[in-house]
Design a binder for this molecule. Structure first.
Ligand SMILES: [Zn+2]
Ligand SMILES: [Zn+2]
Length: 186
């Protein structure tokens, strides 16, 4: 009875009149069933928490609007994101991408840096960041470092060194942990 053509049509979803014959369907089902076992043989490498938040900071950086350097920042505490920021112009002002940079002594000063914007976002939302960890795609400049330190942040993870060596010595003195996280490593 099952071999009757009419029955076969009833069992299909109705999308295709030319559905696979039962023999082929069975073969497909076997392949599908064995797939998870094959994947299980090589366990997926799960991202560490540091890498996870840094990956998010990299994503945040894609919103940056000053192409002299795209930076993204994430503020995290107890594995929860408190705030994010990227470098861009003052709200309501045109972006560097649209009108060019505002150069001052070799630096573009049109933008608010990613780290500062992350702190500002936390402030606007009334979120305390005391004791938090900062993830930033580039190590903080001196001005941002000062903001981060005074905001009570205890740990700064950065993906790439940027510009200011002073942060290392001062961070050590203040008991702020500075951690480099290489993006090319898993
Ligand atoms: Zn700019
Ligand atoms: Zn900065």
């Amino acid at each position: 009875m099952g071999a009757h053509p009419k029955n076969r049509v009833v069992r299909t979803s109705g999308r295709g009149a030319r559905s696979a014959p039962p023999r082929m369907a069975a073969a497909t089902a076997t392949a599908t069933a064995s797939a998870p076992r094959a994947t299980g043989a090589e366990p997926r490498r799960r991202a560490s928490w540091d890498r996870y938040f840094m990956n998010i900071a990299v994503q945040v950086a894609t919103r940056a609007t000053c192409d002299r350097k795209h930076v993204g920042a994430v503020i995290e505490r107890e594995r929860m994101i408190l705030s994010t920021g990227y470098n861009g112009s003052i709200r309501g002002m045109p972006h560097c991408d649209e009108v060019g940079h505002m150069m001052d002594s070799g630096h573009c000063v049109a933008t608010i840096h990613a780290e500062a914007n992350a702190i500002i976002q936390a402030a606007r939302n009334g979120v305390g960041i005391e004791g938090a960890t900062f993830y930033t795609t580039a190590s903080p400049c001196w001005n941002c470092f000062k903001l981060i330190a005074n905001a009570g942040v205890k740990r700064i993870c950065f993906a790439e060194f940027y510009r200011d060596e002073r942060i290392f010595e001062v961070a050590k003195r203040l008991g702020i942990e500075l951690v480099e996280i290489h993006l090319d490593e898993a």
